[in-house]
Design a protein around this ligand. Structure first.
Ligand code: LMR
Length: 329
């Protein structure tokens, strides 16, 4: 309400009496698990800046990065209880919300680049997926990019056979479990905040991540080898507690929607570069040896991984998968 008055004052040329920071009545807590210097961290920070600017300080956004407030899984509960208002969990982590269709994005060797991915996230399928969250009291606002994953371990990973017997950390997704099993590895679910320690102490042997996550968690210090396989994708859905969001004053919502849109465009425009830079930085440090798949090796990965689509069809939905194939054709 105060915001409306301030805006009105600006229109009729009165001096802005109280830049509102001190008066901010609406606080949005936004919790996430990665470092600030990642695509998600940067998009979240941009959202904070824009939301505060566009509402002239009527909204105050508090960002809690690096799992400092909540870890995976707990953060989803916190959102539903209203302890936080905004999150951007990885698309691999939506099954506890009854939306296992999101595991679509975990299918290996599905997307051949960002353009094909955009056809899904920015099309009808993406919209339908976000709508599936509504019965759980959650509103999906946007898809945020990270990037394509690389595989790491302490031994070279050139061929599918190289995974045999390795314990590989995964996010909590049945599709990622099937993917690791298809490679002959032993998948192990761990919260993101625990991965570095688990790698350092040998609880797991390896993992998969976009370079930006690997680098900002210092995983390169504890992984001697990595293969630039780009076999799968990690991205996010920006989500809010729906009751909270719907009850915000209309003029505030309008400005927040604008902030979301622009933060999304920003984050998605820098994600690839952030990952490229992280990869270059790790190469320069030299603690991990990076391998590009040869054509023959890639064909062997493809043959090993493609059957995962069929295996997961019942879980994700055969019609949905077919729709995606049609869209990507
Ligand atoms: C992971 O758990 O590996 C990722 O989902 C972390 C993230 O949010 O990027």
């Amino acid at each position: 309400r105060n915001f409306t008055r301030l805006a009105g004052a600006a229109v009729i040329g009165l001096p802005a009496l109280h830049p509102a920071r001190a008066e901010a009545r609406i606080t949005i807590k936004f919790s996430h698990v990665v470092a600030p210097d990642t695509p998600k961290g940067k998009a979240a920070d941009r959202f904070r800046e824009l939301a505060e600017k566009y509402t002239e300080g009527a909204v105050n956004v508090e960002i809690y990065p690096g799992s400092q407030l909540y870890k995976d899984k707990v953060e989803l509960e916190a959102l539903q209880l209203g302890a936080v208002q905004m999150l951007a969990p990885s698309l691999a982590k939506f099954s506890p919300l009854g939306a296992q269709q999101f595991e679509l994005f975990d299918l290996p060797v599905l997307f051949d680049g960002r353009e094909s991915l955009r056809k899904i996230t920015e099309g009808e399928i993406g919209e339908e997926l976000l709508k599936m969250l509504e019965p759980r009291g959650i509103e999906g606002l946007a898809f945020w990019d990270n990037g394509f994953k690389i595989m790491s371990a302490n031994s070279p990973l050139h061929w599918p056979g190289d995974f045999k017997g390795l314990k590989m950390r995964i996010q909590a997704s049945k599709t990622l479990e099937a993917q690791m099993l298809a490679l002959g590895a032993m998948p192990q679910v761990l919260a993101f905040s625990e991965v570095y320690q688990a790698l350092a102490t040998g609880i797991v042997d390896g993992t998969e991540n976009p370079p930006s996550n690997m680098f900002t968690q210092n995983m390169h210090e504890v992984q001697k080898h990595a293969t630039i396989s780009r076999h799968g994708y990690i991205g996010y859905a920006l989500i809010v507690n729906q009751a909270y969001w719907k009850n915000l004053p209309g003029d505030i919502r309008t400005e927040l929607d604008r902030a979301v849109l622009e933060a999304t465009e920003y984050g998605n425009s820098i994600a690839e570069q952030v990952n490229d830079e992280a990869l270059e930085a790790m190469k320069a440090l030299g603690t991990t040896r990076f391998h590009e798949l040869t054509g023959e090796e890639r064909a062997a990965w493809l043959a090993a991984l493609k059957p995962v689509h069929e295996q997961m069809a019942d879980r994700i939905g055969p019609d949905l998968i077919q729709q995606v194939y049609d869209e990507l054709e």
